[in-house]
Design a protein around this ligand. Sequence first.
Ligand code: GNR
Ligand code: NI
Length: 176
Amino acid sequence: MAKLNILEFPDPRLKTVAKPVESFDAELKKLVEDMTETMYSANGIGLAATQVNVHKRLLVLDISEEREQLGVYINPQILSESGEQNCEEGCLSVPGVYASVKRAENVTVKAQDMGGNFFEEQLEGLHAVCIQHEMDHLIGRLFVDYLSPLRRNMVRKKLEKQRKVAAQEAEEHLIL
Ligand code: GNR
Ligand code: NI
């Protein structure tokens, strides 16, 4: 297993539209394992392949406290959705930023498992938020894209500043 690097906003690669998975082989299994390890080690509740610079339609999620309810969704599609909810969202690709986003309350999803078998699931609440957030990544969309251009610019500046401070601290660490 390997921990993968997570792309961060405003990296243009996060805007890539993913292509369907066609081979359900050992390479796919390894990618799912690596994405799962990456999600757990970053304490995320979901991760889309786009975030680790692999532009294929798959995502993993686990909203459980115990981190033992892994869901793997390959070539996911939303068949139907209903209701509305507002959730304070965060994203591993936009670290330290949280904003409320309006999403459907219930979604019916069809996807394939690692063996290529189709399954259908109804998700609600945080589960539904998470899969909608991850499926947005697969079409190159981030939750900050729902904010006004002004607020998105503030997010960009905040991340630049965070990165500058982190780099400065790393340098001081080398000197001292
Ligand atoms: O870890 C995550 N938490 C989260 C919280 C509220 C709404 C969505 C999410 S997904 C996010 C992990 C991530 O960035 N997935 O793409
Ligand atoms: Ni995200």
